[in-house]
Every structure is written in C-alpha cells, then in structure tokens.
Design a protein around this ligand. Sequence first.
Ligand code: MF3
Ligand code: CO
Ligand code: CO
Length: 278
Amino acid sequence: MITYVDATSKSRRSPGIIPLHGEEGFAGMRKAGQLTAEALDILTDYVEAGVPTATLDRIAYEFARDHGAVPATIFYKGYRHSLCTSLNHVVCHGIPDDRPLREGDIVNIDLTLVVDGWHGDSSRMYPVGEISRKAERLIEVTYAGLEAGIAAARPGNTTGDIGAAIQTIAEAERMSVVRDFVGHGLGRLFHDEPNILHFGTPGSGVPLKPGMIFTIEPMINLGRPHVKILSDGWTAVTRDRTLSAQCEHSIGITETGCEIFTLSPKGLFNPLAARSGQ
Ligand code: MF3
Ligand code: CO
Ligand code: CO
C-alpha cells in the first residue's frame, strides 16, 4: 500500500528503472485520467474575462473533493494549490491568484487528480475571449506537436523519437521547444521514470515498451526557448517575455501504439478545434 505522502516523496522513484504496468495500472490510469479530463472540461465554462485564476483553483478543488479524488499538487514540494495556471508568457507552474483574467489572455490549466492512488495528469490551453492570431498559431502548433509526439509513442520507437517529432513541428513554424521541463513517467507516483524530452534526435533515449506509462507535455514558445523562474520559486516565464503554450496528456504504451488516458469526454481538449465545431 502506497500512501499519498509516499506517492509525492521523491525517494520511491528508482533512478534508471522504468516501471512496466499491467492491466491493473492501465485500469487505474483510465479512471484517474478520465476524472482529470472531466474536471478540465468543466473549467472551460468558467474561463472568461474577469474571473481570477484562484476561482478556477477552487472549482477544481471542490470537483476533486466531490469525486473522491485528491489534487496531487497540494503539499507537493510545498506547493499549495490544485492547479497550475500559466498565463501568456508563463511557461508552466503559474500559481493561481486573485488577478482577473483579461480578454485576449491565453492560459494553460494543469491538473493532476489522484484516484485510488493513480495519477491522471493533463493540461490544456484556454483562450480568454478573442485572442490574437499569433496566440492562435502558437496554440495550434503546440497541439500539433503533442499529436506528433503521441503518434511516435509506440513499441519499436524510442523516447527520442517522441522528442524529435515535437521539435520538428515547432521549429518548422520558427517556434521553439522549452528544454528545462520534461514529460515524466507516472502511475502510483506523480513523477517517475522515464523522462520524456520534447526535443532530440530520432532513435536516441530509451526504447518504448508496452506497459510504460508517461506524460507528453510540450511547452512551445513564440520566441527563444529560455526560461527563468520568478522569486516565488515556481513560476517559469520566457526570458524574452514571448508567449508560451503547453498541452499534456497521460498515455500508456500498448502492443501496437498507445492509449491516451486523459482524452476529453466532451471533445474540448483542443480549444481552437472545439470552437470551430470540429
Ligand atoms: N502537473 C505538473 C506536471 O505536468 C506538475 C506540477 S507540480 C506543481 O508535471 F507543484 F507545480 F504543481
Ligand atoms: Co506532467
Ligand atoms: Co501536468
């Protein structure tokens, strides 16, 4: 039995050992992933100008509580919130606060719900009202990058094939891939082996095997890839203050490809596709 506290402590991660999960793990991840996706769906209705990100955080917290789940980020290395809310030039780990969202903002909401000990980790972009064409393009490319990464996630390929696929998409549009944060194995642990780089060389890294469970969560910048961490110790921003976007799924490698655990029940994962009625 692994307790919640154990699951968030670093010590249970065995360096270099990539867990292979069976049907029990896939079933657990399906349930956690679906609940996380449902919460992210519900948040779509609340993201609008005037709403503070702290309100979104409270909604996510109450949703978790009402569904027998725990947000993995509460008490994680001193973090105290259910969500990360990363606005505009914030790359990731933005802290929910009382500042109201404004028309034209783009915000990533990242949520990890723990259900029966399994971690469902997913994030999406949410446009606030009408957004600029360049913000739209950034979001489109970030989603295309995640899709290309997922398409490369199958036995016979390596972790480097995933990164290479994402990097190719971003750089073809003269955007850049953030290096400082990576996808990660997960399951009963929030962050486990392997690391999933969102850039790299085809064939590098470790071979993908059925039973591996991890996230792919590319962060793409309109400008340079470099980030800095603000004095709160969490918020990562682009050094050149250009816009940044991210999206994240939790997946499991199967015999033939992969299963996505965090698909949106309402088809709202890609906000721009959802808007245009696709
Ligand atoms: N959910 C994030 C991830 O994708 C991790 C957030 S950790 C926090 O791995 F403490 F910043 F919330
Ligand atoms: Co993650
Ligand atoms: Co996440």
